[in-house]
Design a protein around this ligand. Structure first.
Ligand SMILES: N[C@@H](CCC(=O)N[C@@H](CS)C(=O)NCC(=O)O)C(=O)O
Length: 208
């Protein structure tokens, strides 16, 4: 059985939704970020990066959301969560998720995690100040050039959808007006109607 390490309100929500979508056999382990559990030796022995999501599989540990999401899709082909039989289309799925991980998520982190990049209070304040603009620019690129609708890749739901949804849930907290990205706003509302999304959100907020 796989084990997903997560914390509520983090990017680990995407992997959690995908595990449910896949019908996977998994259990969860919640980390309490308010207690900095991700930095404790017990978790660092599992994931030296000190980040979630982390997915413990039979073969070992997987980290990085795009890798975890593609692993879930590939190990559960009947769930049809990615175009597994078409290398180009599968690479496009990876391209989309890699952009979210490497650019959009990193832009978001300049808000709450500015200390990763700067020690000087003024430099940190500047990173924080510019964060909403950079996050909006990333979302606008997705909205205008990458998103097909109603799902990310058109009519077919893929592992890109829970990942985009997870970041769209942070729009207001990142001081970005969802109406600036109406397709992503509507996608978020559509995703919130899905039973699996509701189940994952509810499960993450329960204690375990
Ligand atoms: N590149 C990683 C990023 C993972 C990441 O930064 N996760 C955040 C939560 S959204 C985290 O664990 N932060 C803990 C910390 O910074 O101490 C991924 O895509 O999974």
């Amino acid at each position: 059985m796989m084990k997903l390490y997560y914390a509520p309100h983090t990017c680990a929500l995407a992997a959690h939704i995908a595990l449910i979508d896949a019908g996977a056999n998994y259990e969860t382990q919640k980390l309490d970020f308010s207690q900095q559990e991700q930095t404790k030796s017990e978790f660092l022995a599992i994931n030296p990066k000190g980040r979630v999501p982390a997915l413990l599989c039979d073969q070992g540990l997987l980290s990085e959301s795009p890798a975890i999401l593609s692993y879930i899709a590939q190990t559960h082909p009947r769930a049809n969560l990615a175009p597994l039989d078409d290398p180009y289309k599968f690479a496009k799925v990876q391209e989309f998720n890699a952009y979210l991980a490497s650019t959009l998520h990193v832009a978001h982190a300049h808000g709450k995690r500015a200390e990763r990049w700067a020690d000087d209070p003024q430099a940190k304040a500047e990173l924080h100040r510019k964060m909403p603009q950079v996050v909006l620019e990333s979302f606008l690129l997705v909205e205008k050039s990458m998103f097909k609708g109603p799902y990310v890749w058109g009519e077919h739901y893929t592992i890109c959808d829970p990942y985009l949804f997870t970041f769209a849930q942070w729009l207001e907290a990142d001081s970005v007006d969802p109406d600036m990205v109406p397709k992503i706003r509507d996608h978020r509302h559509m995703m919130l109607q899905r039973q699996n999304v509701q189940t994952a959100i509810k499960a993450q907020l329960q204690s375990n």
